[in-house]
Design a protein around this ligand. Structure first.
Ligand code: SAM
Ligand code: SF4
Length: 474
């Protein structure tokens, strides 16, 4: 069985836009101090970078230049996103899979993997546990399998939105699953999904072919590369790209991600909503060469360079990384993290303190409970946020970009973040976190200039504490 790309099913922009010779040529250049300073200045003006400009930052590897890049990334993050960090949790629905990706424990040839698809009742139980912990935003994760058709995904989404315990509810469901055709995206979009994520894994063709054996569906590089363009052509205009770092040269993958973002921007007038940059983790039965492993220093550089290259794209840092590193990398440009995550199938009700490798796709680096992560964020001066307002008011895709401007944060994002934080503190927090959170909310209110908006926010925060009113957003 082989899967040649069916070109008639590609998007109107469907082509292989990864020009490897050009990317390698860019990576072979050196960068002067002056060039680096010019590129940083462009980023600080919040202009997306061209590939050649990103390559200048990738070429800068002396300690002084790297520190300049880190410093710029920290400042840009503060300017564009303020001090909010949006929180979500992954929910694995099923690990059946027809593919055989060499890096993944769910690959079809792994006999040790315990295969399971959650039943509707089991899904509800997981969602109840997540709601009881305080979650409002989830990403659903699926293997690639005929059982997980677009209709099945849409049914899961509707089921989950219908689960409500106490003040708990899921307000936004993102999806990480196989690329679909146009008709498939329409079906999942109709169920009110948020972001549709597809990671290219590696943009390097030869490596892609090596990690995705030829007889498998995922071996079709172009079908996957074009996956999110098809989504955007079917009103799924909210998409997330990603690369799995550790398969090939990290610098090349950064250029691949930026090329992907530029391609979507050019053809759909809107770049991806988010970028993910998972690093390869130990996984059941997986043995890969360490040649391209990305160390912590390189990881920090790639995050900072991505931040500077795509100023308005959300950046997701997952619990694959250990707590100390998450804390450090967060400052360099992260806008979303998952917390309290378990990725064993059924893990939110069944897992103990330890992870069971045969039941999960890879090993997580951070399995602290949500409350602990929130307390740490508050202590570090962040506002943990469960806000879902933009998506629910239609401020997504092209329209969202209009709002991702200064002033918008102060008037919309900060108030909404504080309201959702207050909900968490009142409904789910431990006494210690409640105390830390109350102090943080006072601190943030003090920073807001007096205005009608601020008065209304204070009024809403009061109502959340004294009544059952929830989900108040601007
Ligand atoms: N099966 C779908 C797919 O492959 O597109 C859904 C995504 S998969 C369940 C989620 C992502 O996990 C993959 O896209 C890959 O980037 C990442 N992943 C797989 N194995 C990993 C590992 N060993 N360490 C870290 N991330 C891994
Ligand atoms: Fe299957 Fe996705 Fe794992 Fe590949 S990465 S084996 S497609 S679950």
């Amino acid at each position: 069985m082989s899967f040649a790309t069916d070109k008639t099913k590609l998007s109107t922009s469907g082509c292989d836009f990864i020009d490897e010779a050009y990317l390698h040529a860019l990576l072979s250049r050196r960068a002067t101090k002056e060039e680096v300073a010019d590129v940083i200045a462009k980023s600080m003006a919040k202009k997306p970078l061209e590939l050649a400009e990103t390559a200048v930052l990738l070429a800068a590897d002396g300690p002084e230049l790297v520190e300049q890049i880190f410093d710029a990334a920290r400042r840009l993050k503060r300017d564009v996103y303020g001090n909010r960090i949006v929180l979500f949790a992954p929910l694995y629905i099923g690990n059946r899979c027809i593919n055989d990706c060499r890096y993944c424990a769910f690959r079809s040839s792994n006999p040790a993997a315990i295969r399971r698809t959650l039943s509707a009742d089991e899904i509800r139980a997981q969602v109840e546990a997540l709601e009881n912990a305080g979650h409002k935003r989830l990403i659903l994760v699926f293997g690639e399998h005929p059982d997980y058709s677009p209709q099945y995904v849409a049914d899961c989404v509707r089921e989950i939105y219908s689960v409500a315990v106490g003040h708990g509810e899921i307000r936004r469901l993102n999806i990480n699953a196989a690329p679909l055709d146009h008709a498939g995206y329409k079906i999942v979009k109709a169920a009110q999904i948020g972001t549709y994520q597809i990671f290219q894994e590696t943009y390097h063709h030869e490596t892609y072919a090596w990690v995705h054996p030829p007889q498998t569906r995922k071996a079709d590089y172009l079908w996957r590369l074009d996956g999110l363009a098809r989504a955007m052509e079917t009103e799924c205009d909210d998409v997330g790209i990603g690369a799995l770092f550790g398969l090939y040269d990290w610098r090349f993958e950064v250029l691949g991600l930026v090329a992907h973002a530029l391609h979507l921007q050019k053809h759909y007038n809107c770049g991806p909503h988010t970028i993910s940059f998972p690093r390869l983790r130990p996984a059941s039965g997986v043995e890969l060469t360490r040649k391209y492993m990305v160390d912590d220093e390189q990881f920090k550089r790639l995050v900072a360079i991505l931040r500077l290259s795509v100023p308005y794209t959300g950046m997701i840092l997952t619990a694959r990384e250990p707590p100390e590193l998450r804390r450090e990398v967060m400052k360099l440009g992260i806008s979303q993290i998952d917390a309290g995550s378990r990725i064993e199938l059924g893990g939110y009700t069944e897992a103990g303190d330890a992870q069971v490798m045969e039941r999960e796709q890879f090993q997580l680096g951070d399995i602290r409970p949500l409350d602990e992560v929130i307390r740490e964020l508050l202590t570090d001066g962040y506002i943990p946020s469960f806000c879902t307002a933009c998506y629910r008011l239609g401020r997504t895709g092209e329209h969202f970009m209009e709002f991702a401007i200064p002033g918008f944060i102060q008037n919309m994002c900060t108030p909404n973040a504080l309201s959702t934080l207050m909900e968490y503190l009142v409904d789910y927090a431990t006494p210690e976190t409640r105390q830390t959170g109350d102090a943080a909310i006072r601190r943030e209110l003090d920073k807001l200039p007096d205005s009608e908006r601020k008065q209304e926010l204070i009024n809403r925060l009061q109502r959340i504490q004294e009544t059952d009113e929830r989900d108040l957003y601007f």
